[in-house]
Design a protein around this ligand. Structure first.
Ligand SMILES: *Cc1c(COP(=O)(O)O)cnc(C)c1O
Length: 442
């Protein structure tokens, strides 16, 4: 791939930082998928970001199609969000008492997602799903949780089974350090398989506290629910007195103003009981939430017996960033995200087709991913059956040409409202060589 090699960037500053990082941080990274293990090579240390651009420690510029794994839906350091953050920070960093921003953010979420009557704010998506599971168990007095293979719900012990992306990337069946007892009450079923759900409820329905699902999975690549799947989960769980937890940490406020629920709901069989949110609602800061039916949420301490807490929960700076970001997620943003994403996906698909690279593009709102295989993907086994080496070559060619994709074939690509003509042109210019790299024998 001489055209790619000729464009290779200088990355000595990133490499030096990685070497120092490795001495003091395991693998040199604070979240495993950042380490590029799935695609080889060394991650770029980013020094700053603005709009659709990342700037690394060597001064290279990249179009950002990672968007911090979803949160940066308005683009980096947008002026109005920055102003809200600066204003909040100037008034103090953390109070350990209630404050108005928490109320405003909770009101914004409740106003957007119709079935959500109350929310509790936390600091990460992992905390949100962990707490939602505890609440579902406390509410039902049952302990079994059903999840789907390829769905990731954060690194909650009980949910760290067949958990997609980071775990998929490393081909780890499970994580060490999770005792068997922690997942003994977790049942993992194939995604989009209602018959399997019916079967397990027929056998153990009275023991099942909840089914948790990604509203539209993005952590095995984008695999939307088949028509009727979410509805079926609602019908089956309701019939057996189990809760349905819709994990919208990735899709929330990204797929539409009301997340995936806004695209697919309302459901004739009823809404999910609980939702989890994160990513976009923090605007790049640590803010996340779980919420839903008021009678379920009333079981939380201090009103009820289910304990849940956080020193930094509802942090005034994080909630200011989240609120400004959600307020920026206006009606006109979503069609713009969609047309930007379509332009990128169409161009990528055309480039791959012209080099004869097998691929399929899948969507959930403006979230999409490209599987390096011919056929559509409806579950995790199919997602894993793709040419990840071809993706790796494609990824590195794009990176060398100034486009930062998610560093794994099992991730969604994210766009922002700030991706403009210039950013799209850089992507378009990079695609032909990247497609040739993908097509080249490994
Ligand atoms: C990212 C993600 C999580 C975990 O959120 P963190 O903030 O990384 O802990 C949970 N569920 C889904 C669907 C996610 O995409």
């Amino acid at each position: 791939m001489p055209d790619t090699a000729a464009n290779a960037l200088t990355t000595t500053a990133s490499e030096a930082l990685l070497e120092r990082a490795r001495a003091v941080i395991p693998g040199g990274v604070n979240s495993p998928v950042r380490a590029f293990r799935a695609v080889g090579g060394a991650p770029r240390f980013v020094r700053s970001a603005q709009g659709p651009w990342l700037f690394d420690a060597d001064g290279n510029r990249y179009v950002d199609l990672l968007c911090s794994w979803g949160p940066m839906i308005l683009g980096h350091a947008r002026a109005d969000v920055l102003e809200a953050v600066e204003k909040a920070a100037a008034q103090g960093f953390s109070f350990g008492t209630p404050s108005e921003n928490e109320v405003l953010l909770a009101e914004e979420i409740v106003a957007r997602v119709e079935p959500v009557e109350q929310v509790r704010l936390v600091s990460s998506g992992t905390e949100a799903t962990m707490s939602a599971i505890r609440l579902a168990r406390g509410f039902t007095g049952r302990s079994v949780i059903v999840k789907f293979a390829g769905c990731y719900h954060g690194h909650v012990d009980a949910l760290l089974a067949a958990a997609g992306s980071g775990v998929a990337t490393f081909a780890l069946p499970d994580s060490a350090g999770v005792p068997a007892e922690m997942t003994a009450e977790t049942i993992v079923l194939p995604y989009n398989d209602l018959a399997a759900v019916e079967e397990v409820f027929a056998a153990r329905g009275s023991e099942i506290a909840a089914v948790i699902t990604e509203a539209a999975p993005g952590n095995m690549g984008v695999v939307p629910p088949a028509p009727g799947f979410t509805e079926g989960l609602r019908r089956i769980t309701a019939a057996h007195g189990a809760l349905l937890v819709s994990d919208e940490v990735m899709t929330g406020f990204r797929c539409s103003k009301a997340g995936w629920y806004g695209l697919e709901g309302p459901y004739a069989a009823g809404a999910p009981d609980l939702f989890t949110f994160g990513k976009v609602m923090g605007g790049g800061f640590p803010a996340a939430a779980f919420g839903g039916r008021a009678d379920v949420m009333a079981r939380l301490a201090p009103e009820g017996p289910v304990y849940q807490a956080g020193t930094l929960s509802g942090n005034p700076v994080a909630t200011a960033a989240g609120l400004a970001t959600l307020r920026g997620c206006t009606d006109d943003l979503y069609p713009r995200l969609q047309s930007t994403a379509s332009a990128i996906a169409d161009a990528a698909s055309a480039a791959l087709s012209s080099e004869g690279v097998a691929h399929t593009v899948q969507w959930a709102g403006s979230m999409f991913s490209i599987f390096f295989r011919e056929d559509a993907v409806t579950n995790y086994d199919q997602a894993r059956d793709q040419d990840t080496a071809a993706f790796g070559r494609f990824f590195h060619s794009m990176l060398d040409q100034g486009v930062h994709l998610p560093p794994s074939a099992f991730e969604a690509w994210f766009v922002s409202g700030s991706h403009d003509e210039e950013a799209l042109q850089v992507i378009a210019d990079a695609l032909p060589a990247a497609a040739r790299a993908a097509a080249a024998a490994s």
